[in-house]
Design a protein around this ligand. Structure first.
Ligand SMILES: *[C@@H]1O[C@H](CO)[C@@H](O)[C@H](O)[C@H]1NC(C)=O
Length: 286
């Protein structure tokens, strides 16, 4: 291996990658630095070195890779914002960087920004820091704004919407998102993740993670959070919420919700999954 490394940078990288199964391979050539590194044009050094046909990651730049075909090597770049997925040398694959480890080859091409897109492809947070739950999905430099489900915060590290306390976005913590402050409790009780009714909305409640970080949860339509039993219950059975749905649902509709008609067996072939029902009603905050 040391001998190979002295010949040429890329060959060494490829050999290391191939022999160690890529995942934890050291992509930087082993020291001492091969003399070839000192040459003026790095591209001319590598043109003659193709160990086998396939696609190989660059040693330093996560979105650069090489194609070896019949002993010919071609340098390639992923679309801006994507990085080379080196799990299988037979696949030419660029992906968004979320599940790929670029820590060993951290360089990237110069970004090509466009409106709302830091790079041509990827997920990017909203420019306004207080727009906690909005982000942009960019494809070829064209953006789509995406809004997280209510109360969730866009998490830059994972590219998905998560709880405020998990996203850890500045200005978007649980205390910024919710008007609710968890009551002080002792540590033992805090570990039970106590729940409290949302003071502004019968249908909702807060779970205080470890007693101090609020997350908002909802009961299904027709129900209210019973702050005595600490669970969801049909609103009409919760004294302080018995009229909560009055101006939105008739008694007959509430009856139907409380006693759903027995479902007939579905004809085969029809999709059995119901869409999750997230009622738009019951929000009168702000
Ligand atoms: C903690 O608080 C709970 C609920 O208020 C109480 O029942 C419990 O005795 C307290 N425990 C301690 C160790 O103070």
């Amino acid at each position: 291996m040391a001998f190979k490394c002295k010949i040429i940078v890329l060959a060494c990288v490829i050999a290391l990658s191939a022999s160690q199964g890529f995942k934890n391979s050291k992509r930087k050539p082993a020291s001492p630095a091969p003399p070839a590194r000192a040459a003026s044009d790095p591209d001319t050094e590598i043109t003659s070195s193709c160990p086998e046909d396939g696609f190989f990651a660059d040693a330093e730049q996560c979105d650069k890779y090489y194609q070896c075909s019949n002993g010919e090597i071609t340098e390639k770049l992923c679309p801006d914002g994507m990085v080379f997925n080196d799990y299988n040398s037979q696949d030419e694959k660029c992906d968004l960087p979320f599940n790929l480890d670029c820590s060993q080859r951290p360089k990237l091409q110069t970004p090509i920004p466009s409106q709302h897109c830091v790079r041509q492809n990827g997920y990017f947070p909203h420019e306004e820091p207080h727009e906690c739950g909005k982000f942009f999905y960019c494809v070829d430099g064209k953006f789509n704004m995406i809004t997280c489900p209510e109360d969730l915060v866009y998490n830059e590290k994972t590219g998905i919407c998560t709880w405020a306390d998990e996203a850890k976005k500045k200005g978007c913590g649980a205390a910024d998102i919710f008007q609710f402050k968890c009551p002080e409790v002792n540590e033992t009780f805090g570990l039970t993740h106590p729940r409290y009714a949302d003071p502004d909305d019968c249908q909702f409640f807060y779970v205080c993670i470890n007693g101090n970080v609020p997350r908002r949860g909802g009961c299904k339509l027709g129900q209210a959070f019973d702050d005595v039993q600490k669970r969801c219950e049909w609103a009409r059975k919760v004294p302080e919420c018995k009229d909560w749905y009055k101006d939105r649902l008739t008694d007959a509709e509430l009856d139907a919700l409380e006693n759903p008609p027995v479902a007939k067996p579905k004809p085969s072939g029809s999709p059995s999954r119901r869409k999750p029902q997230r009622p738009k009603l019951g929000k009168n905050k702000q």
